[in-house]
Design a binder for this molecule. Sequence first.
Ligand SMILES: O=C(O)CCC(=O)C(=O)O
Ligand SMILES: [Fe+2]
Length: 269
Amino acid sequence: MGFLSSNQSWDPVEILERMQYEQRKVFHTSFQNKCEGNILNLSANRYLWGNPKATCLRQFSWSEAFHIPLADISRMGSENRSLRSTIEAFVQTAATLAQSIAEILAENLGVKSKFFAKYCTPSTSYLRMNRYPPCPFSSEVYGLLPHTDSDFLTILYQDQIGGLQLMKDGRWVGVRPNNNPEALVINIGDLFQAFSNNIYRSVEHRVIAQQEIERFSVAYFFCPSYDAVIESFSKPAIYRKFSFREYKQQIQKDLLATGDKIGLSRFLV
Ligand SMILES: O=C(O)CCC(=O)C(=O)O
Ligand SMILES: [Fe+2]
């Protein structure tokens, strides 16, 4: 048995180191390969770069990503065996953590809910590997445009470079990389904001581009199945109830029409 088949016993630091190594390897293949090859053999090529809707530098994200529906992991072939087993190990840990945090956050609202166990599973969630290449005009362009995440919560692992910022009391604040190599960033997403009736807020965040060095991060988006209905735990509800499918479709529609995600304000009562 090789090292990679024994991932059950990897410790967390090992998983994160492996993730960084594998991520570098796949991003450092040619642009053409990433764009045209569907190299991860997903149900559709989920390689993204920049922002197709940008009409000026300020609207452009100086980054590339693989956005992986976790239901597709089983499709990843033998040429990606080590990446796949690393993602599986990462997901196993992140999924357990996300489930516990979601339950604790719900209990804190006084809700003892089976919702997350029922509707949010590893196969309904997503993994996004991000790379931010060095940017010659880093003061004029974002690494990743300001946005909120369209999920319940996000578990993010960032390397030591820095650049992530979040909006706090009307100001952008840096989320500096932690010296602890196991540190993860937990982010509340739009769905928890709706579920908690604005008690928890989906944090707006962005990534600053770096001039000299590349940066990597990996995000686990804790999402429900498409038919799950998200509804406020208390009355009167600020947002009408909606299915996750409806939410995603509305975001796509708005993105196509305006170039921007409008998000929860579409669902105000
Ligand atoms: O790279 C980061 O630090 C943030 C990534 C992020 O916000 C995302 O993938 O949604
Ligand atoms: Fe994000």
